[in-house]
Ligand binder design. Structure first.
Ligand code: AMP
Ligand code: ZN
Ligand code: FE
Ligand code: FE
Length: 293
């Protein structure tokens, strides 16, 4: 059984619709796929209908932007209750913060002589619920300023870059508690990828686990073999779930093909069992793993 627990659709900064993403997951031979758009559950319903049809099992998730000791950390939330008002209110606050930063970033680019308008941005990002720097990167590509998203980040959009503007992000510990309270399963995304390796040592994971953390995303392209070994050891010692994923963004992220990194079946089962034990009303939808519905 092949399981990919972290993908993005056009609802955030991927390039495929949720339905197309589910069809692509089935075509790539995945049995189980999680949709984890940034800070929103808006793609869940479309994905669920398409997953059922395509014969792939859907784990409904979110990748939440948080902050820990001054550093940005992404938190994957699996199978939370979409009706949980406290979680939804905090997601809304993040999305509002994202929307507020966009005009400020475009203004910075215009100060640099680049004709980055809201109208031009709407043409490249069309239809997304959550706007991120990758959409502004796509605009820079469209305007011929850079060749691809990576160059746009390196030259303009990365933290501290000339067009970077900060935005609201909740504290990681608070968000873990909110996800847990919403009866979802919290897993730190790519903890030793860009930026957050310095703050997420074993002592930090002890604190995160006390707050309700369930797992660590170990198998991710941002982690080399040494990082994976270290994280796996921490997960073993702290009895945390070990996951893996492509962090697929469609055309938006080169090399992150669906299923290029995966989660072991027993670890997926731990996620499902934990959500069930917490009383989550959100089940895994459709596809071939009938026993976990
Ligand atoms: P934002 O959500 O606006 O903070 O932007 C974060 C998104 O940008 C994530 O999906 C990352 O995958 C992507 N990202 C962050 N840094 C880079 C980078 N250096 N090159 C390409 N994409 C990046
Ligand atoms: Zn993304
Ligand atoms: Fe991420
Ligand atoms: Fe991601």
């Amino acid at each position: 059984m092949t399981t990919d627990l972290h993908t993005h659709s056009r609802v955030s900064d991927g390039t495929e619709s949720p339905a197309d993403l589910m069809r692509a997951a089935a075509a790539a031979g995945l049995h189980v796929v999680a949709l984890t758009d940034h800070d929103t559950m808006a793609g869940w319903d479309e994905a669920a209908a398409a997953a059922e049809e395509a014969g792939v099992a859907l784990v409904r998730g979110i990748e939440v932007s948080t902050c820990f000791r001054g550093v940005g950390v992404h938190l994957l939330a699996y199978l939370p209750d979409p009706a949980d008002a406290a979680l939804q209110a905090e997601l809304d606050r993040i999305v509002v913060g994202r929307e507020q930063r966009v005009p400020a970033m475009l203004a910075r680019l215009r100060d640099l002589g680049i004709p980055a308008t809201e109208e031009a941005l709407a043409e490249v990002s069309g239809g997304n619920e959550v706007t991120g720097r990758p959409h502004i990167a796509d605009l820079l590509v469209r305007l011929g300023v850079v060749a691809n998203r990576d160059e746009a980040f390196a030259g303009y959009l990365t933290e501290g870059g000339p067009a970077y503007v900060d935005r609201y992000a909740p504290d990681l510990l608070d968000m873990i508690a909110l996800v847990h309270g919403a009866r979802g399963v919290a897993v730190v995304a790519h903890p030793w990828g860009r930026g957050s390796a310095g703050v997420l040592d074993e002592a930090a994971f002890v604190v995160l686990k006390e707050a309700g953390l369930a797992g660590i995303e170990v198998n991710h392209l941002d982690h080399d073999a040494h990082a994976r070994d270290g994280l796996r050891r921490i997960a073993d010692r702290l009895d945390l779930i070990v996951t893996g994923s492509s962090d697929h963004h469609g055309e938006g992220k080169v090399g992150h093909d669906l299923g290029c990194e995966t989660t072991a079946p027993d670890q997926l089962q731990r996620i499902i069992d934990r959500a069930a034990a917490l009383g989550s009303p959100t089940t895994v939808i459709g596809g071939v793993i009938g026993e976990v519905r």
